[in-house]
Design a protein around this ligand. Structure first.
Ligand SMILES: NC(=O)c1ccc[n+]([C@@H]2O[C@H](COP(=O)([O-])OP(=O)(O)OC[C@H]3O[C@@H](n4cnc5c(N)ncnc54)[C@H](O)[C@@H]3O)[C@@H](O)[C@H]2O)c1
Length: 375
């Protein structure tokens, strides 16, 4: 250990039976530099207490209410109190928690989609700006080092002027009516937002496409569908899109593709070459050329740029994946807090994501008319 103090955080959401809070905690602790010191894990007091006890937390720092957590933590000495709040609740709770945290002087690392709707994110952007605090969004897939490599290849002209993008995120877990904690709120407009599938996973595909190409998506023509009877939000959707500088593309997201797990893929083609990356095979990046054989760029290799070397923890061929990608996002956020620097997926990405959802829904409701993504 370097002797540097750990960065301390508190978590809202992620109680027993929750999905992503556990993943966040595994990732945050992976490198021994970030420490969970408190939480408001659930509104259920037993759940909250038990979650904290399992994690070995001081019971006095397991709060039933997140407002209470902000107040009590702010009253602790600066060297003890949490420094940032990780938000891992359903979408409708993101805004009130982020707001309360920022107003109490804490940085925020939120899961996506950033808020329930664009209006909330616009309001939050102002609060972030006024606070001068860091705000990060856990678009997990930006934490994969080969995604950064793809971005660098595009930015350095390695595939020529970008022309065409295919972004896809397909799953099968909502192919029938599902009764579990995760499905319950995701299919409820009051807790999920105006879109189900597109808000949940289409936003990842959108974020990845904009990140790797460095281009903003400007317009969509979308067709969202509810396939499962009685469901209130889309469980499937496709969109044509336009980006800056004449880039065109398609984006599909679905949760009814039977048997598919987490098939997120991005393919980008420029005038002289192409790139393909798939989340289920994240340690290979495929690079195509017009006049040379296809290359497979592999994770962990010494030939990769210096900028990504610190994002690998194991030698090539010992696969790294989801937890490590999340851990890279946590490490980067902790670094931002220490240095007051910029963050890869901050409030701009959050605004872009919320505007994307709003444009998709508007387009789909207008018979797939071309609709501007307004941010
Ligand atoms: N980045 C990713 O790859 C990724 C993956 C999955 C989920 N997510 C996002 O993470 C968030 C949580 O998703 P999930 O699948 O873990 O949901 P979940 O339903 O499994 O867990 C939500 C947790 O929040 C708690 N909670 C709800 N309201 C609360 C409140 N007011 N105070 C304290 N706790 C409260 C619940 O008790 C539960 O513990 C969502 O926004 C989702 O979109 C992101």
């Amino acid at each position: 250990m370097s002797g540097q103090p750990n960065v301390r955080y508190g978590m809202v959401g992620g109680g027993q039976g929750a999905f992503i809070g556990y993943v966040h905690r595994l990732a945050a602790q992976l490198d021994g530099k970030i420490e969970l010191v408190c939480g408001a894990f659930s509104r259920d007091s037993d759940n909250c207490r038990q979650t904290g006890a399992e994690l070995g937390l001081d019971p006095a720092r397991c709060y039933i209410d997140f407002h209470e957590m902000m107040k009590a933590e702010a009253a602790l000495p600066e060297s003890e109190r949490m420094q940032f709040v990780a938000i891992v609740t359903p979408n409708h709770v993101h805004y009130p928690v982020a707001r309360a945290a920022l107003e109490a002087g804490f940085h925020v690392l939120s899961d996506k989609p950033a808020t329930l709707n664009l209006e909330e994110m616009q309001s939050l952007s102002q609060i972030i700006y006024d606070s001068g605090l860091a705000y990060g969004l856990t678009h997990t897939y930006l934490g994969y080092p080969l995604v950064s490599v793809a971005k660098e290849i595009v930015a350095s002209g390695g595939i020529g002027k970008v022309r065409k993008v295919y972004a896809e995120y397909i799953q099968g877990w909502l192919a029938t009516e599902v009764e579990n904690k995760q499905a319950e709120w995701r299919t409820d407009p009051a807790r999920s937002g105006a879109s189900g599938c597109m808000g949940d996973i289409g936003t990842h595909a959108h974020n990845l496409a904009e990140y790797v190409t460095g281009k903003r998506m400007t317009h969509v023509a979308a067709d969202l569908t509810v396939f499962v009877d009685g469901r209130r939000l889309d469980d499937d959707g496709s969109a044509l899109f336009r980006m800056e500088d004449g880039v065109k593309g398609t984006l599909s997201a679905s949760q009814i593709c039977v048997g598919k797990e987490n098939s997120l893929s991005l393919r980008v083609y420029g005038e002289t070459g192409g790139l393909e990356w798939n989340q289920e095979e994240p340690n290979s990046l495929i690079r195509t050329y017009a006049d040379r054989p296809t290359e497979i760029i592999r994770a962990g290799q010494g030939y990769l740029p210096e900028s990504v070397q610190s994002h690998f923890r194991t030698p090539p061929g010992h696969p790294e994946g989801y937890i490590e990608a999340f851990a890279n996002i946590y490490l980067e956020f902790a670094e931002v807090i220490k240095t007051n620097g910029g963050v890869k997926a901050g409030s701009t990405a959050a605004l872009r994501g919320m505007a994307f959802i709003e444009a998709l829904v508007e387009s789909s409701n207008s018979n797939s008319a071309w609709t501007e993504i307004k941010t």
